[in-house]
Design a protein around this ligand. Structure first.
Ligand SMILES: Cc1ncc(COP(=O)(O)O)c(C=O)c1O
Length: 397
């Protein structure tokens, strides 16, 4: 059996999305800046796509700019804000559980002399609102908080965070890559000033992202050239990508609610099944989590070994974030929850999507205990067998 439970890394492209993109490779291939009819058709597709995606988040059409990825959009949000404010005014606060592209943008800015503050989270990965209030007293100009964590699935209370930001005159940027299209997000209602999204986490193509920027918010571009995307991101637009992004969003409109219900059911079954394994723990919040994220840690073994063994059994998963798993370092997100490096190394993320079935979830529940047992038998740090304290209850990290 082949089971893909790595949807947080990337999703298969929906065949309807592929179909919508096809003409923009073969017949409508003009440059959207050209004056010919080919250019006009491409421009029309670009603007219609922008309108579809903007509408889905309740933004205005000219508040959305396309980028080459969410990584680029996060870089643009932080660095664009920093360059607009200048070193003397700029003060950015980010959470300690941001995706590496936000974290490393902030660290880079810090090296250039910009002021960065790191906001701690509790053991479930939730920001502490009292600490946020205190920190915002110190003239913070931008707060950047990931909405749904790519590693542990925890969902931050954005409305509450937005209110606190507004009270202190700080802008709010959120990385909504994992939540957009999985949960309803109304940027105006919540009070979000900047928001990062991409297509490949919602059954769309890779290599296309977007940044929502509220009308009155000013940022500097990072890429200079012909002044595309309202002067904020020069470069010939990726029309097939953008059209695919919009089609994927259109499908989300139809599928999101029902999918969230199905995935929550499968996720909860998976969580209960996996937590039957001795000394396994849930990471992230037990209930305030993305409907498709089930993340764990196992004592005495390395998450990467679990991923490789699962792959042999036909199950594709990740040990934490696909992007940080190259470094060999324990995940900064798990360390931010207060775990020790050895505890953080035993992490496994199973992230579900619309093509998963109950049969596949049952296969994982049968297979994973065997994999963990096999690896523990090889582990030099495996302890004497212990009596399990409890069963059936969710044990948190
Ligand atoms: C939360 C989050 N932010 C940003 C990114 C980066 O997205 P992209 O692959 O479009 O650069 C990812 C993808 O892994 C993500 O999960």
């Amino acid at each position: 059996m082949k089971v893909y439970v790595d949807y947080a890394s990337s999703t298969p492209v929906d065949p309807k999305v592929v179909k919508a993109m096809q003409p923009f490779f073969s017949t409508v291939y003009g440059n959207a800046s050209s004056m010919s009819s080919f250019g006009v058709d491409a421009k029309k597709a670009l603007e219609e796509s922008r309108a579809t995606i903007a509408r889905f988040m309740n933004a205005e059409t000219n508040e959305l700019i396309f980028t080459g990825s969410a990584t680029e959009a996060n870089n643009l949000a932080l660095k664009g804000h920093a360059f607009e404010q200048g070193r003397t005014n700029c003060h950015i606060a980010i959470s300690t559980i941001e995706h590496s592209c936000t974290l490393n943008s902030a660290k880079w800015l810090e090296k250039q002399g910009f002021r960065i503050t790191y906001l701690p989270v509790d053991k479930h990965g939730l920001l502490d609102m009292n600490i946020l209030e205190d920190m915002l007293e110190d003239n913070v100009t931008l707060v950047s908080v990931i909405h749904g964590s790519n590693e542990i699935g925890t969902i931050q209370p954005l409305e509450e965070i937005a209110k606190i930001c507004c009270k202190h005159n700080a802008l709010l940027h959120t990385d909504a890559v994992q939540s957009f299209g999985r949960l309803p997000i109304d940027v105006k209602h919540i009070g979000i000033d900047l928001m990062t999204i991409n297509a490949h986490k919602l059954y769309g193509p890779k290599g296309v992202g977007a940044l929502y920027i509220t009308k009155n918010c000013k940022i500097q571009p990072l890429i200079h050239g012909g002044g595309h995307e309202f002067g904020l991101r020069s470069g010939t637009e990726n029309i097939p990508g953008v059209v695919g992004f919009a089609k994927a969003v259109e499908l989300r409109e139809e599928e999101m609610e029902h999918e969230a219900e199905c995935l929550t059911f499968l996720r909860d079954k998976l969580m209960r099944g996996v937590l039957e394994i001795e000394e396994s723990y849930l990471t992230g919040h037990p209930t305030k989590r993305l409907p498709n994220n089930a993340s764990f840690r196992f004592s005495y073994i390395e998450g990467e070994a679990v991923v490789l063994d699962l792959d042999i059994e036909g199950i594709a998963a990740s040990s934490g974030s696909a992007c940080s798993s190259k470094t060999g370092e324990p995940s900064h997100v798990l360390m931010a929850l207060g775990l020790k490096p050895d505890e953080a190394r035993g992490s496994l993320r199973l992230s579900l999507g619309k093509y998963n079935t109950l049969e596949e979830i049952e296969y994982i529940i049968q297979t994973l205990p065997k994999v963990v047992k096999r690896l523990r038998a090889l582990s030099p740090i495996e302890p004497k067998p212990k009596i399990r304290p409890q069963t059936g209850k969710i044990k948190s990290a």
